[in-house]
Ligand binder design. Structure first.
Ligand SMILES: Cc1ncc(C[n+]2csc(CCOP(=O)(O)OP(=O)(O)O)c2C)c(N)n1
Ligand SMILES: [Mg+2]
Length: 363
């Protein structure tokens, strides 16, 4: 990276890329991907629809309908590419920004909104979707993913787990401990780090002196850096890492080199700590635009197709908004449910006390 280039923009030579920002298909000696035209169009549709869900959620927050929202803007390819690499049997452990992966796991977007609206504590059954609940405590889900991976390893399952986390999370003890456990127990886990260059207002250079993917070698497993705005490369690299994990070759660290184009969350104002040039430079690497250019150039899709996807996105946005506003408020006693698998006398007592207290007010 030259010193005057905006942060993270110059593609480092070791980056796995199969689709350039201009929409040109390129070869890579270690990674290739065979996709039908229909599959490529389907990836495009995924990218557009998750961006639309995200946009609607930001608008809902601005209108006071959500408490907060963590936007995935710019990270769609990293999430759809890796999410579509998973089999039904694989288990994903997300942070709070993995709306694109949730989409791939068939979690209704309104369920995500329920969490940010404060009407539930999770909103979906992880076992039903093989998609764990969102985790706000930075990095802790990597330990859960490794524990789960060690479990399925002992079951002899043909499956792997994938742990999502950010660049900032790599500085957490939990993440480093999970790397050690995964390494020495050869756990079938893929660590998928979305390096979006920022941890709220902390830039990447405050997390690491070396590229993040290189950390893996110190723990004894392979690390690879992929263009996180290239859905083909993210799919190919994650597929291979998951397959290696399922075949008993242990963990891989994937660093998806991308950029958080929005604010950290709707509570954040990135103009306070980063320059506009940086965002402008990354807009040229937009994950959706490059796939659109590829589809156009290769005559895999026409204007009618793009219009249809846009219309579908608008309808989805409307539907998500309507159903979000219709989400019922939970009963106060819901707070005490699902705390433990079995009933607990102390909780029962606390719930009764709370309900007696509430009964003292007019409702
Ligand atoms: C253990 C812990 N420490 C601090 C925080 C506050 N916090 C929330 S998000 C965040 C930054 C995370 O950055 P990164 O891992 O790069 O993920 P990104 O939000 O960029 O996707 C921090 C410090 C937290 N949630 N958990
Ligand atoms: Mg980050």
């Amino acid at each position: 990276m030259t010193s005057d280039a905006p942060r993270g923009v110059d593609a480092p030579p070791e980056l796995v890329q199969l689709l350039t920002p201009e929409g040109e298909r390129v070869e890579h000696p270690d990674y290739d991907i065979e996709l039908t035209d229909e599959e490529v169009r389907s990836l495009y549709r995924d990218l557009v629809l998750v961006r639309r869900i995200d946009l609607e959620a930001v608008a809902l927050q601005r209108q006071g309908e959500l408490g907060i929202w963590a936007s995935l803007l710019g990270q769609e390819a990293a999430q759809i590419g890796s999410g579509r690499a998973l089999t039904d049997a694989d288990m994903a452990f997300p942070t709070y920004r993995e709306h694109g992966v949730a989409w791939c796991r068939d979690v209704d977007p309104v369920r995500l909104l329920g969490l940010f609206r404060g009407v539930n504590h999770g909103g979906w059954d992880p076992a039903e979707h093989n998609f764990h609940l969102y985790t706000i405590v930075i990095g802790s889900q990597t330990l859960h993913a490794v524990g789960y991976a060690m479990g399925i390893q002992r079951d002899g399952a043909e499956a792997a787990t994938i742990a999502y986390f950010g660049d900032g999370a790599t500085s957490q003890g939990d993440v480093n401990e999970s790397f050690i456990w995964a390494s020495v127990f050869n756990a079938p886990v893929v660590f998928f780090c979305q390096n979006n260059q920022w941890a709220i207002s902390e830039p990447l250079e405050k997390q690491s002196k070396i590229p993040l993917y290189k950390r893996a070698s110190g723990f004894g497993f392979p690390g690879v850096r992929v263009d996180g705005n290239d859905v083909f490369a993210c799919l190919a690299v994650t597929r291979k890492a998951l397959q290696n994990a399922r075949e008993g070759q242990g963990p891989t660290l994937i660093e998806a080199f991308t950029y958080r184009m929005g604010a950290h969350t709707t509570s954040d104002d990135p103009t306070r700590y980063r320059v506009a040039d940086e965002l402008e430079a990354w807009k040229l690497k937009d994950p959706i635009e490059r796939l659109k250019a590829y589809l156009f150039k290769n005559q895999l899709a026409d204007q009618e197709f793009f219009d249809k996807v846009d219309a579908e996105a608008d309808a989805l946005g409307k539907d998500v908004r309507r159903r979000c506003l219709e989400l019922p408020d939970p009963e106060p006693e819901a707070l005490f449910q699902h705390v433990y698998a079995a009933q607990h006398s102390l909780l029962d007592e606390e719930r009764d006390q709370y309900l007696t207290y509430l009964a003292g007010f007019e409702r």
